[in-house]
Design a protein around this ligand. Structure first.
Ligand code: IMP
Length: 185
């Protein structure tokens, strides 16, 4: 098996820290008068590292839960076929919910998850995404808090993967030669 090239750094660790701190301040300010405990829902697997850092920036009463969705298989383009791989343990009816996503690309995943959660009648539902690729949007979705907009490039690291590779990298990088990656079929 070929070894993959190391991704080229796009957003360094220190810059991620600054972005997450800013998002924490924005979210904190907007839920300051929230009368009840916020439910922060992370989308697995990509948001697991971002979620862990983000909640530590939030000085609010909050609960955490996770929703598992998969949409990409081993490729780098959205299949549009969203599968629920793990459901919430929390009943979100009447609750204030913040959905935490790693990256919004076509918008198909977040639109589908929004529809799913809205059926459960939360009191409010907002979305926070670390990254957004506005040029790739195929459906119009509302993203209330965005860490950084990026161009149409495939990124890995800080929870984001290519075929389950690179999630553990502390920075966000781009990969160009996907043919050399382990897991490529
Ligand atoms: P969307 O449905 O096209 O918006 O895609 C959203 C999901 O696809 C994200 O939750 C990621 O898991 C994955 N994704 C989209 N773009 C990238 C990328 O550049 N790198 C890694 N995963 C991505």
């Amino acid at each position: 098996m070929n070894m993959p090239d190391m991704p080229t750094c796009l957003i360094a660790e220190d810059d991620i820290r600054i972005i997450v701190r800013r998002l924490g301040a924005e979210i904190g300010a907007s839920y300051r008068d929230c009368p009840q405990q916020l439910v922060v829902v992370g989308l697995l697997k990509g948001a697991f590292i971002f979620m862990a850092d983000l909640v530590r920036q939030l000085e609010l009463p909050l609960a955490v839960d996770f929703l598992g969705v998969s949409s990409y298989g081993d490729g780098t383009t959205s299949s549009g076929d969203i599968r629920l791989t793990m459901d919430l343990a929390t009943d979100i009816a009447g609750r204030d919910v913040l959905l935490v996503e790693d990256i919004v690309d076509t918008g198909i995943t977040i639109a589908a998850v929004r529809r799913l959660l809205e059926c459960r009648r939360p009191r409010s539902l907002r979305v926070c995404a670390l990254l957004s690729k506005p040029d790739c949007r195929r459906v119009d979705v509302q993203v209330d808090f965005i860490g950084k907009e990026i161009d149409d490039v495939f990124v890995v690291g800080y929870g984001l993967d290519y075929a389950e590779n690179f999630r553990h990298l502390p920075f966000i990088g781009t990969i160009f030669n996907t043919n050399k990656l382990p897991g490529k079929v």
